[in-house]
Design a protein around this ligand. Structure first.
Ligand SMILES: Nc1ncnc2c1ncn2[C@@H]1O[C@H](COP(=O)(O)OP(=O)(O)OP(=O)(O)O)[C@@H](O)[C@H]1O
Length: 290
């Protein structure tokens, strides 16, 4: 299958901060969530894929075009939604829409108007006078109707209220259903990740800790309450332990095989939530890298 984004061993140094090496590929029809601690490099990577930041080493191909070849046909396929729009404070929503819509040949005016109603956006107010949540709602309405193949969203729901977040998630599902499309988004919101992500890419301090398929993760990570005390040795799949009767496994198959072989039985088993999995992975991988 064709890859819309192919990143191989890309790295970038900004002052003291070092991002990478990053390896990532994105196929049509997928949603990839970039997850990690603050300052981990997620926004920098999104800006790179939007063509706003260059890189030092490795290779980056966007829609089969080499990023560094000074051809930018690929940019017509990409929309980038930053956390806030710089230089837009003096303009109201109508003016920003007029400006932005002219850059995108597939701009969907009807959809823009639907989003304005849905998110109750006041188009007469200047961007600079909107609340952070108001800015984010307008930003969403100015991004989704561009109808490009790839959306790059930088923490798209960090300021909006709970009902607006639910509407946003429904809109993303609708947007994906409109054609062959993909989204790469950074998020600290467990609900966004839970509902939308196909893949999770974990970052910490510029390092890519891993890329995971969400469905696989939620099947593999299980918490077991044991009938009897666990052996002292680390058992296959074990990633954490609470006391001597509760164990967290990152590989349910290996762990349960071990239980069977050693005639250990559990009273209860529950899958970990996405939040718990991310916390465990970030903590464990962080331990390894420090
Ligand atoms: N233009 C810049 N000049 C100097 N340092 C920068 C610049 N852009 C980013 N950085 C640094 O790069 C690092 C990564 O920042 P980035 O915004 O990519 O992280 P992030 O993962 O998106 O964080 P958050 O979750 O807090 O939004 C930070 O240490 C930041 O200070």
């Amino acid at each position: 299958m064709s890859k819309w984004v192919e990143i191989n061993e890309v790295s970038k140094k900004i002052d003291e901060f070092h991002l990478g090496p990053i390896n990532l590929s994105v196929e049509p029809g997928t949603i990839t969530c970039l997850v990690g601690s603050n300052g981990a490099g997620k926004s920098t990577l999104l800006k790179m894929m939007a063509g706003l930041v260059s890189y030092d080493d490795g290779s980056l191909t966007m829609f089969n075009e080499d990023y560094l070849m000074n051809k930018d046909d690929w940019k017509q396929h990409v929309s980038y939604m930053p956390q806030s729009l710089l230089g837009c404070d003096p303009f109201n929503g109508h003016q920003l829409k007029e400006l932005i819509s002219t850059w995108y040949p597939d701009w969907d005016e009807e959809y823009f108007n639907e989003l304005v109603d849905l998110f109750e956006i006041n188009l007469n107010k200047k961007y600079g006078r909107l609340s952070p949540g108001g800015k984010q709602r307008l930003n969403i309405a100015l991004t989704l109707p561009r109808n490009t193949k790839l959306l790059l969203l930088d923490e798209p729901t960090s300021h909006i209220d709970i009902p607006a977040k639910a509407k946003f998630m429904d809109e993303i599902v609708r947007w994906m259903d409109k054609g062959e499309r993909s989204i790469i988004m950074s998020s600290h919101q467990a609900d966004d990740i839970k509902k939308l992500a196909d893949y999770l890419v974990l970052f910490h301090e510029g390092m890519q800790l891993g890329t995971f398929e969400k469905e696989e993760l939620t099947q593999q990570f299980q918490k077991y309450w044991m009938q009897e005390s666990l052996p002292h040795e680390v058992i296959p799949g074990e990633i954490d332990r609470k006391g001597d009767r509760v164990i967290i496994s990152q590989d349910n198959v290996e762990t349960e095989e071990f239980f069977k072989k050693n005639q250990l039985s559990y009273i209860n088993r529950e899958p970990l939530s996405v939040e718990e999995i991310i916390t465990v992975l970030l903590d464990k991988k962080r331990e390894k890298t420090t």
